[in-house]
Structures are given as structure tokens and as C-alpha cells.
Ligand binder design. Structure first.
Ligand code: NAP
Length: 303
């Protein structure tokens, strides 16, 4: 079984991948201290040392608003580093699995975006992630780039945990209702990634299983409706929330200004990955219910 080099193991997705990839081979999971993606020479040294058959790169600079004031660091981690990983993968014939974002789109399209739609990122984060996609493609290495959206999970910080905290602290929440997307569970993404790797390994010469794919939960929502669903689910598990009056007010994006602009619509069409891998993730509500249940069960509480 080939060695799998995994980055970003303390992130939402990396933490899940560490577990879901284990049945596929020996996973060398390196935290930032051992593989700092802002250091290209360190990346080259590590890849040359381990000579993995597969590199999986969920690590990224994901602070969307902070990136507006740290464009160089965001570019180093999200654009330069994937390019270096890809160059090294090409040299040793490794397969690279890399992750990108719905924020590569400007959000002006009312329909779900396909892989063939033209990206037009509006934020530094989105621009840096698109540059990362381009660098991976330009390297010529065998790659699978998975664009996903609105990631949440049991490990790490995310919108679900923020809403759960605010619902405990306050009686009133104000959440934007004019940005649409698909909340996607890190666990489900990690399981999907493992299935993709299994199929790529079993069909190494099949080019239809390589390239750019959208992988998100099914369905669409906005942040306000998403918050309402989080609170509705939490009331089933949390006695402190069960009868607490909580008003969730729907507000426009203009009433909640942030440094980085967000796309109004970033729902991604997932037909290509269904055709190539037979992979379709469940509806966002289904996975959210499972994740909230797990957060309250405490069995997998990592923090
Ligand atoms: N979160 C979302 O809503 C979302 C939406 C669409 C796409 N994505 C993409 O999905 C992927 C996974 O996202 P996620 O939510 O799991 O991210 P996350 O929870 O923010 O984790 C990011 C990871 O990257 C690591 N990292 C940051 N800078 C690094 C560096 N210089 N060297 C090495 N590691 C570094 C972090 O390490 P530390 O633990 O040391 O900080 C962390 O483990 C990313 O490619 C992201 O762009 C995410």
C-alpha cells in the first residue's frame, strides 16, 4: 500500500481525513510545525524525504476576512504551496488531491455553478485559492481538485459552533439571508475523498477520474435558514435551549459589512463528480442533523 502524505491535520477536514484515509495505506499526517506550507523549501524537503504515492492537501489559509490584510501570506499558502506540492508530486509520479472553494465565483449567476463556469473571485482568499488551482493544473501532475463550500464539522471552528454559542448567550441573532450556498460536513467530504482515492487507484489510467470536481452537500440554503436549522436541531439535544425564546432576524449582507466580499450565490453543481465516481452527498440538512447529534453526544468531542 502506498504512503499517503496528509497536510493540515488539525483543520476541520484534515482531522477527518486522518481517520478516513487510514484504511487506504500508511498516512503520514503532518501538522504545520513539521510541514509549514509558507516555506516552499520545507515542502520540497518533506516530499522528497517521504516519497508518498498520494499527497492530500486540505491545509489552507482559510481566514477569509483576515486575508484581505494578509494577501502575501494567503497567496503563499493557498497559491504557491499547492504549486510546489504539485511540482514535487509530478517528479515522483504521486497523485495530488487538493481542495478549493466556492468563493472562486463572483456569485452573480443565479444557477448552480459548474466546473466549466468562469471563476471571478471577489476576495483575496478566493483569488489565492483560484491561483492554487491554476498552479496544480499547470504542474502537469496527476491531480484531483475538489471545490467545496461552507464546511463545518465536529473539530475546529465553524458557523455551526458559533450559532450554538450565540444561541446560548443571546435571545436575538441577526443573520444574513441573501447569500446562498450548500453547507458541507467535513466528515462527508473526507469519506468522499477516500472513495475517490480508492477509485483513482483502481483505475490509474482513467483520465475521467482526474481534474477539477465540485463536491458539496445536496440542496441549497442561506445563512439565516441554516442558523434556524442549527437552533432547531440543537433544541432536540440541549435542555437549556429547548424552551428558550430565540429570535433569528434575517438581515441583508449590506447590514453586516465584512472586509471580504462574499458571493450572493455559490451553490455548486455536482453532476461531474456523480458521473465520474458515482458520488453524490446527502442533502445538507441530513448531515447537519448527524453532526449536531454528534456534537451533543460528546463521544467525539475533540475540544
Ligand atoms: N471552511 C470552509 O467553509 C471552506 C469552504 C470552501 C472550501 N474550503 C477549503 O477546504 C479545505 C479545508 O478547509 P477547512 O475548513 O478544513 O480549513 P481549516 O479548518 O481552517 O484548517 C486549515 C488547516 O490548514 C492549516 N494551515 C494553515 N496555514 C498553514 C501553513 N502555513 N502550513 C501548514 N498548515 C497550515 C491549519 O493549521 P493550524 O491548525 O496549525 O492552524 C489548519 O490545520 C481548504 O482548502 C479550504 O480552502 C473550506
Amino acid at each position: 500500500m502506498s504512503l499517503i502524505l496528509l497536510t493540515g491535520v488539525n483543520g476541520q477536514l484534515g482531522w477527518e481525513l486522518q481517520r478516513t484515509l487510514a484504511p487506504l495505506g500508511q498516512v503520514v499526517a503532518l501538522p504545520r510545525a513539521q510541514l509549514d506550507l509558507s516555506q516552499p523549501e520545507m515542502i520540497r524537503t518533506v516530499v522528497r524525504e517521504y516519497r508518498p504515492g498520494i499527497i492530500v492537501n486540505p491545509a489552507a489559509y482559510t481566514a477569509v476576512d483576515k486575508a484581505e490584510s494578509e494577501p502575501d501570506l494567503a497567496h503563499a499558502i493557498n497559491a504557491v504551496a499547492p504549486g510546489v506540492l504539485a511540482e514535487e508530486a509530478q517528479k515522483i509520479g504521486a497523485l495530488l488531491v487538493h481542495y478549493s472553494t466556492d468563493y472562486v465565483f463572483d456569485g452573480g449567476n443565479p444557477a448552480p455553478y459548474t466546473e466549466d463556469d468562469r471563476p471571478n473571485p471577489q476576495s483575496v482568499y478566493g483569488q489565492s485559492k483560484l491561483a492554487g488551482e491554476d498552479a496544480v493544473r499547470a504542474s502537469g501532475c496527476a491531480h484531483v481538485v475538489l471545490r467545496t463550500s461552507w464546511v463545518y464539522g465536529v473539530h475546529g471552528g465553524n458557523f455551526v459552533k458559533t450559532v450554538l454559542r450565540l444561541a446560548k448567550e443571546r435571545n436575538e441573532l441577526r443573520i444574513v439571508s441573501d447569500q446562498f450556498g450548500a453547507p458541507t460536513w467535513a466528515r462527508r467530504l473526507a469519506l468522499g475523498s477516500a472513495e475517490i482515492l480508492r477509485q483513482c487507484r483502481a483505475n490509474p489510467d482513467d483520465a475521467s477520474r482526474l481534474g477539477l470536481f465540485h463536491l458539496t452537500a445536496a440542496g441549497r440554503t442561506n445563512w439565516h435558514e441554516y442558523a434556524e436549522e442549527i437552533v432547531r436541531l440543537a433544541r432536540q439535544h440541549d435542555p437549556l435551549l429547548r424552551d428558550k425564546p430565540i429570535v433569528i432576524e434575517a438581515i441583508p449582507t449590506s447590514a453586516y459589512p465584512l472586509p471580504a466580499p462574499r458571493p450572493a450565490n455559490s451553490v455548486l453543481a455536482t453532476g461531474r463528480i456523480r458521473n465520474a465516481f458515482g458520488l453524490a452527498l446527502p442533502n445538507w440538512q441530513e448531515d447537519l442533523a448527524e453532526c449536531v447529534r454528534e456534537l451533543y453526544s460528546g463521544t467525539l468531542q475533540a475540544e
